[in-house]
Design a binder for this molecule. Structure first.
Ligand SMILES: *[C@@H]1O[C@H](CO)[C@@H](O)[C@H](O)[C@H]1NC(C)=O
Ligand SMILES: *[C@@H]1O[C@H](CO)[C@@H](O)[C@H](O)[C@H]1NC(C)=O
Ligand SMILES: *[C@@H]1O[C@H](CO)[C@@H](O)[C@H](O)[C@H]1NC(C)=O
Ligand SMILES: *[C@@H]1O[C@H](CO)[C@@H](O)[C@H](O)[C@H]1NC(C)=O
Ligand SMILES: *[C@@H]1O[C@H](CO)[C@@H](O)[C@H](O)[C@H]1NC(C)=O
Length: 519
């Protein structure tokens, strides 16, 4: 019986498009959140070609506003941009089609206006509230947030751009412990949910969270061919073989096609993104292009798709990779973290405007039952992201949302030391650390001339704004670089050597290259 019912409801969903029945696109449903002012939400659906469509917003039985559109000939679709709405609700939205004396209608109940955030990426975004630290407590608090609404797209790939979602895992819902803690890597995303909670606590108006992510997927799958071409990748089958941890589709653009393109007509406030692990071994050296290119492309596409309602420069937040293997010595992870910032080390920067980043290299979780690549400390990830959103997306002036970053590096040849001066007051825990390294072109402690090598330095002094390290006895000839936290697993849990003194945000990793000839 259940099987038949499922089949029947799926057929109904698809019948709408095929027979030009009057309907809304898949992701318009009761309990949804539509984007509030100053942007205007777009509603769209299918209908009889030539028919007029009227969309009315009711509060109780009062008409708040109405708009009229028409079903377009070539596509059989209609789009209506609603009037700008203050945050709040619930509202009822009625869409009516007038066609040859026949009136059809669809009604959405319990619709709220607020900010809609898209949550994308791979398995660290997919990881559900059930899987994270303090899951019980997190789940027990879910029902305190009935004005956050959640939605999850199904895992679908497609070879061509889809106009609507092919399938939905979680239709717009009022959050409950069941749908927020549904299962492992299904729904609902812990980072997305807790991010939404932090925003709600601050803003006190409705938040809509749209999860569209898939574990083990590289950025190429989420990027349009336009974005990939910007980085010299042609839109072809990607034959790269992944290791056993990877389980999502890897072909170029297939998730852009099926899980992002269908959402472009949804007016959104911004997006958050937790992805990169699948690119550590795949086109790592291109991520400094593919990531900024994807962000710009999504921005343009959402702006155009919503007929200008989604900001063409919408805020985009992301998580810098956490840790994977404690003993790993290759620099693939640090390289990836660096490329996530387009090689600046921090965001926003001139190439990644209106972005914000949660540094997560100190949130390691060696004993995670889901493998150390999936740390369970997602609340802190979401907290750090929410600080970025408050500063960048909501323009709060006094929010500290970045960890300390060097603003000046002074090399003192006479006493063989380097002074690193930061842009913020530091909270330091510098006991015995080898986290700063210098790149020497030749070394004193080895016979003969050697190729360049990174060597750990000793910390010799500090002030509230600076750290001084020594390369005395290490290098001769030339120094060609300085780097910090350049390891897969640079620190223990919340125990990096340098944090911001107030917001407890870790200093992000950096690598700088220069040429200083000694003596
Ligand atoms: C929608 O159509 C149904 C019949 O299909 C009708 O009973 C109902 O009153 C209509 N609702 C509105 C708001 O027009
Ligand atoms: C999720 O994974 C954990 C750890 O492997 C397991 O104990 C639990 O039963 C799983 N839960 C579900 C709902 O599959
Ligand atoms: C991106 O990083 C690679 C090294 O991984 C470097 O060779 C390349 O120049 C960088 N690209 C840009 C545009 O900076
Ligand atoms: C510093 O490291 C050395 C060698 O690893 C160790 O013997 C010493 O106890 C450490 N000192 C502190 C203060 O941790
Ligand atoms: C250079 O350093 C590497 C790594 O420490 C070492 O294996 C190699 O033997 C050195 N080569 C020379 C010529 O000293």
């Amino acid at each position: 019986m259940a099987g038949w019912f499922l089949l029947w409801s799926l057929l109904l969903a698809f019948a709408c498009m095929a027979d030009a029945e009057f309907c809304l696109a898949s992701y318009f449903a009761d309990h949804m959140v539509l984007q509030k002012e100053p942007a205007q939400a777009m509603i769209w659906g299918h209908g009889d070609v030539g028919a007029f469509v009227k969309v009315t917003i009711f509060q109780g039985s009062n008409i708040i506003s109405w708009k009229i559109g028409q079903v377009e000939g070539d596509t059989g679709t209609w789009n209506i941009i609603l009037s700008p709405m203050n945050p709040g609700g619930p509202y009822k939205i009625v869409a009516e089609q007038y066609f040859r004396r026949e009136v059809k209608n669809v009604t959405l109940q319990d619709v709220l206006f607020g900010d809609v955030w898209l949550c994308g990426g791979q398995s660290n975004m997919e990881m559900t509230v059930l899987q994270v630290m303090n899951a019980k407590k997190e789940l027990s608090e879910v029902e305190l947030y009935p004005r956050i609404r959640v939605f999850t797209a199904s895992l679908v790939q497609a070879e061509a751009e889809l106009e609507d979602l092919a399938k939905i895992d979680l239709q717009w819902s009022v959050p409950t412990a069941e749908n927020i803690g549904h299962g492992n890597f299904t729904y609902f995303s812990a980072v997305c949910w807790i991010f939404g909670r932090y925003l709600y606590d601050r803003l006190q108006y409705p938040i809509g969270l749209v999860e569209s992510c898939w574990g083990g997927t590289p950025i190429e799958a989420w990027s349009s061919s336009r974005a990939l071409e910007m980085c010299g990748l042609s839109n072809t089958y990607n034959s790269y073989l992944f290791d056993i941890l990877t389980y999502g589709p890897t072909d170029y653009s297939v998730l852009w096609n099926a899980m992002i393109h269908p959402l472009l007509k949804m007016t959104i406030k911004g997006a958050i993104w937790y992805q990169g692990e699948a690119n550590v071994q795949l086109h790592n050296d291109l991520y400094n292009c593919t990531f900024p290119a994807m962000i710009e492309d999504w921005r343009r596409a959402f702006h155009e798709g919503s007929q200008g309602q989604t900001d063409e420069n919408f805020p985009f937040g992301f998580v810098q990779l956490s840790t994977y293997r404690r003993e790993e010595t290759s620099d693939c992870y640090p390289q990836m973290r660096w490329h996530q910032t387009d090689d600046y080390g921090y965001v926003p920067n001139p190439k990644m405007k209106n972005t914000f980043m949660a540094v997560a290299m100190d949130l390691c979780d060696e004993n995670s039952p889901y493998d150390s690549i999936h740390p369970r400390y997602k609340r802190e990830v979401a907290r750090r992201l929410s600080l970025g959103a408050r500063a960048i997306a909501y323009g709060e002036k006094d929010v500290i949302f970045q960890g300390p970053f060097p603003k000046k590096i002074t090399i003192m040849k006479t006493d063989a030391s380097i002074k690193i001066t930061y842009d913020q007051k530091l909270l330091q825990n510098l006991v015995n650390t080898t986290i700063f390294e210098v790149c020497c072109s030749s070394q004193l402690n080895k016979v003969g001339f050697n190729a360049t090598e990174w060597l750990p330095t000793a910390i010799i002094s500090k002030t509230p704004y600076s750290v001084t390290v020594s390369f005395n006895g290490l290098c001769k000839g030339q120094i060609t670089g300085l780097r910090y936290a350049w390891k897969d697993w640079p620190c223990e849990y919340k125990n990096c050597p340098i944090y911001n003194s107030e917001a407890l945000l870790p200093a992000p990793p950096f690598t700088f290259h220069f040429h200083i000839t000694l003596h």
